[in-house]
Design a protein around this ligand. Structure first.
Ligand code: ZN
Length: 584
């Protein structure tokens, strides 16, 4: 027996198999799709990169700061949906392929070929700039490499780029496109910036010899890191002591060749004493689940310090299907025993970084950890409905609106200018809310003729007011927000503003063909907009991020005098109409 073991062992230790990358391991077809662009793929955003309120559902591909690059169908298939919107994806095409995947191309400047004429005629038929049209399989077939559109900056894009997604057609869940083998140069390893240790519950704690912050031991401990190549360690090599139960969190981002953009890492693995304790992989996240990013990350840290710290343990209400967990990722600390924690962070191309730290198990200190009971706070269970009522205030949260049991606070402040109620401070903005809930505030001194103009507004720490929507009914104004904050009743009686930028009354337009109008609304926001030439509805494109309506002159318009009109209405029914006569 001994001889056999001695013979086998050296063979098993030989690195016979090459290390496989997440792309190779995932098993998706890597030779099916071609690139949607004719230029090398450089990303300003990758899949599951963290954004406020969602994981990014695709790739943001740079288009050299300009619009108009040809967009190619990634494979044979047919157009299953086409969308035009002043928000979100802007102009977008969805192509279904026979292999069960759909590719999505968004923020386009224009559609090409028969899709372009179909969109325009449908907009005129419906008298609507916005469009979301599903199409039958035989309507617009496409060939691999066919030009279907030109790249742009439409919708809520903040600069010219192509947003590209691959979804499973049956459920429209976006899959990480890099797993399909698109060529993206990436030889750089993910970077690790910080580690955070979270005491779980009120009888757990963590302290570090390098911590000068004066924090309580029950608060999260932030640890800065230093790098030696791809291996990271905790700065100043402190001694860390913990007791009770702890969870870990990590701030890490990936980087590609030739791009300065901060991207998301593909895989985070936390080993505790040599065993995988937590593993997350950014392979597929549905739109229904994407808001769980507020539980996946340390939401308060994001709001306060703009940092994305990803938790390596699961909050009870977090339903993301991206984890492999032992004990929900929570680590039980044993007094007198040291824990060896090792992070391995990997990108889709298989580049890896590693960080190692030790946490010493300690007894609960005699002096500390007396639970602090907050006055005016009521415990809300995350998995049960929660109602809070005070004078002139009622909030009703459905079950699973929170990610963990939370002591909910409430205070009523004095009024603000323009307000028709006190300011109700409902808990705090550092706690995330997953689902919309019902919020009702009783207005004080609201004249009957202003009831239809009433809405709920929020006021932030800087005193900035923004609309939270809502309607008056039965003595209360009720809305459905998705965050905590400071709320009050106000009214919107101000009509939207409409300014003509290129056309003065009675202008002779000569060779000019494009006319822009800046439209804005102060509080409730723009609900609808329409443009007319001589009383006939005409296509005016709306770019919400620029507050801009644009009319491109109909080349068939007769010479002579015409009247252009723009109608804009806000969410409280306040209307503005601007008519500009012009001569062609
Ligand atoms: Zn995008």
């Amino acid at each position: 027996m001994r001889a056999t073991t001695a013979f086998l062992l050296p063979i098993l230790l030989l690195p016979i198999l090459p290390l496989r990358t997440p792309i190779e391991r995932s098993g998706y077809p890597t030779d099916y799709f071609r690139s949607p662009l004719g230029i090398p793929l450089v990303l300003s955003g990758n899949y599951a990169e963290m954004r406020d309120g969602h994981f990014h559902g695709g790739l943001d591909i740079k288009t050299r700061d300009s619009e108009g690059y040809r967009i190619y169908a990634a494979a044979d298939g047919y157009v299953e949906r086409v969308k035009v919107s002043p928000y979100g994806y802007g102009n977008a095409i969805y192509v279904a392929h026979p292999n069960g995947y759909t590719t999505v191309y968004a923020h386009l400047s224009r559609f090409k070929g028969p899709i372009a004429s179909f969109v325009r005629s449908t907009q005129y038929k419906r008298q609507s700039f916005q469009l979301d049209q599903y199409l039958k399989a035989d309507r617009f077939p496409v060939k691999k490499g066919q030009v279907i559109a030109l790249s742009g900056n439409s919708g809520s894009s903040t600069g010219p780029h192509l947003h590209f997604e691959v979804r499973t057609s049956s459920d429209q869940v976006p899959v990480n496109p890099l797993l399909f083998g698109f060529t993206v140069a990436d030889s750089r390893t993910p970077r690790i910036f910080r580690v955070r240790i979270y005491p779980i519950g009120e009888t757990s704690g963590v302290v570090s010899t390098s911590d000068q912050s004066g924090r309580r031991a029950t608060d999260p401990l932030t640890l800065n890191v230093k790098a030696t190549g791809d291996t990271y360690s905790i700065e100043d090599s402190p001694t860390i002591r913990a007791w009770g139960q702890i969870g870990f969190g990590i701030q890490t981002h990936d980087y590609h060749d030739g791009s300065r953009s901060r991207l998301g890492a593909y895989r985070i693995q936390l080993m505790i004493d040599g065993e995988t304790h937590f593993l997350s992989e950014m392979e597929r996240i549905s739109f229904a689940d994407t808001r769980y990013i507020h539980a996946h990350v340390d939401y308060a840290e994001r709001r306060q310090n703009r940092r994305w710290i990803q938790r390596s343990y699961r909050l009870p209400g977090n339903r993301l299907p991206i984890y492999q967990l032992t004990d929900d990722g929570i680590v039980n600390v044993t007094p007198g025993r040291a824990i060896d924690a090792t992070y391995i962070v990997e990108d889709a191309a298989g580049n890896k970084s590693q960080l190692r730290l030790a946490v010493n198990g300690s007894d609960l200190p005699d002096d500390g950890n007396v639970p602090v009971l907050r006055q005016m706070a009521t415990l809300a269970r995350y998995d049960a409905p929660f109602v809070m009522e005070h004078d002139g205030f009622r909030a009703e949260l459905p079950a699973n609106a929170l990610y963990e049991n939370t002591r909910i606070s409430y205070t009523a402040d004095s009024t603000v200018a323009g307000g028709f109620s006190r300011v109700h401070a409902f808990h705090d903005r550092l706690t995330p809310v997953h689902l919309r809930y019902s919020l009702s505030i009783r207005p004080d001194g609201l004249p009957e003729n202003l009831r239809s103009k009433a809405l709920i507004a929020t006021i932030d720490d800087d005193g900035d007011v923004s609309a939270a929507g809502g309607k008056y009914s039965n003595g209360f104004v009720t809305t459905r927000p998705r965050s905590f904050g400071r709320f009050f009743v106000t009214v919107d009686t101000t009509a939207p503003s409409v300014a003509s930028l290129d056309l003065d009354p009675e202008d002779k337009i000569g060779r000019r063909t494009r006319f822009r109008f800046r439209i804005k609304d102060e509080l409730s926001g723009i609900a609808d907009y329409d443009g007319y030439i001589d009383g006939r509805w005409s296509l005016f494109t709306y770019d919400a991020k620029r507050n801009m309506l644009t009319y491109d002159l109909d080349p068939t318009l007769a010479t002579g005098r015409h009247i252009l009109r723009v109608d804009v209405v806000d969410r409280k029914g306040n209307k503005t109409s601007l008519a500009v006569p012009f001569i062609r």
